[in-house]
Design a protein around this ligand. Structure first.
Ligand code: FE2
Length: 379
């Protein structure tokens, strides 16, 4: 049952004082996948990424191969093992294809490590300098929820194609961009009862601030419910909503994710465009599959969100959702999961003033996900 209480906005007290971890933006996202070569082809063909860099047998690696694809500020690293018995292979067996590394671009990777470890982070990678002919980078890393990690990447003294150890990946096949610009936010699904633990982690260990929260009264349908809190770093470039399942009549989509992923992990990557009509038209033409929203959603759209620039018939044809907050409105659409397990998916988002996350669409969206769950027999 839907209700619409006001967004709970938490004051950004002490935001500046707490910014002991300045972050310039998302550096890259690394996915461990079963077949990196084919995944790279998929992200190029379907999503309009371009070839950037390669590391593997040809660069002296013996146990794994990585392809890096890029679109504007978004870099995806797709990594597969080259033999049995590796930790990457174990990760894929446990979780399926999924996000392993959310790399954050910092000016001082040693300080980032020192500050977060001092506040209780679990070490993943002690600070190290790696170099090649194009300079050097410093990197370090800590664990976050599940087996997911944050790497801190310092690249002040590097002008190579990606990272030392990678060579430029030149291809004849280079599909055009679909207009994707940057990572807007990345959502983590965590185990029942663990949302506040990870909210505390981002607050205390990483100096983030909680900017929004939703409870099961905001986010529920007849069958499923979830709770969510949105964490942001000081300059707002990094936003991590954290979801936890809530009790519903049937299995929530977060529980389904946790079952199939084998624990906590990244649920969706939201990527921004400044022309969602163009982007979604291109993505659909290239084979990206989106969640279906019933056309009745559009019957009441105008009265719900008021005047918008876009033609409603075009939004309806493409299945794009709209929501308004105090500052403006946003347009968004969600893909189906992009791997065999019903786990990670993408969101395409265009912000026109709004800084929120589409709460007004949750009910329509979750009912769409439940229709998919029903088909999978996992509702
Ligand atoms: Fe989102």
């Amino acid at each position: 049952m839907a209700n619409t209480p006001e967004l709970q906005v938490v004051p950004k007290m002490f935001k500046e004082a707490q910014d002991f971890l300045p972050i310039n933006g998302t550096d890259y996202i690394e996915l461990y996948v079963g077949n990196a070569k084919q995944a790279a082809h998929f992200y190029k063909t379907a999503f309009g990424f371009q070839s950037l860099a390669y590391a593997g047998l040809e660069t002296g690696l013996k146990d794994r191969e990585s392809y890096v694809v890029v679109q504007d500020k978004i870099r995806l690293v797709l990594t597969s093992p080259l033999k049995g018995g590796t930790d990457i292979g174990r990760h894929i067996d446990m979780h399926g294809d999924g996000v392993k590394v959310v790399a954050l671009w910092v000016d001082d990777a040693r300080a980032a490590y020192r500050e977060t470890i001092a506040r209780g982070a679990e070490s993943y990678l002690e600070p190290e300098t790696i170099s090649d002919n194009f300079g050097e980078i410093v990197r370090s890393g800590i664990y976050t929820y599940g087996e997911t990690v944050h790497l801190f990447i310092e690249r002040n003294n590097y002008d190579g194609i990606f990272l030392p150890g990678y060579k430029e990946w030149n291809t004849v096949y280079n599909p055009s961009s679909t207009g994707l610009k940057y990572v807007d936010h990345m959502v983590g699904n965590v185990e029942l009862g663990e949302m506040n633990k990870w909210v505390d982690f981002y607050e205390k260990v990483m100096g983030f601030t909680q900017i929004l929260s939703f409870d099961d009264k905001d986010i529920s349908t007849e069958y499923t419910a979830l709770m969510s809190k949105v964490m942001s770093n000081g300059n707002g470039r990094i936003k991590f909503p954290i979801n936890e399942p809530a009790a519903g009549q049937k299995k929530s989509q977060v529980e389904e994710y946790l079952d199939f992923y084998g624990g906590s992990g990244v649920q969706h990557i939201a990527v921004a465009t400044d022309d969602i009509l163009f982007t979604v038209t291109e993505l659909q033409n290239r084979g990206v599959e989106f969640l279906y929203v019933p056309t009745t959603y559009y019957d009441t759209l105008q009265e719900r969100v008021g005047e918008i620039d876009e033609d409603i018939d075009s939004l309806k044809r493409l299945g794009i959702l709209v929501d308004r907050d105090d500052e403006g409105y946003l347009l968004q659409i969600f893909t189906k999961p992009v791997e065999p397990r019903p786990t990670m998916f993408f969101e395409i988002i265009q912000r026109k003033g709004a800084n929120s996350f589409g709460k007004g669409n949750f009910k329509a969206l979750f009912e769409a996900i439940e229709r998919e769950q029903a088909v999978r027999g996992t509702l």
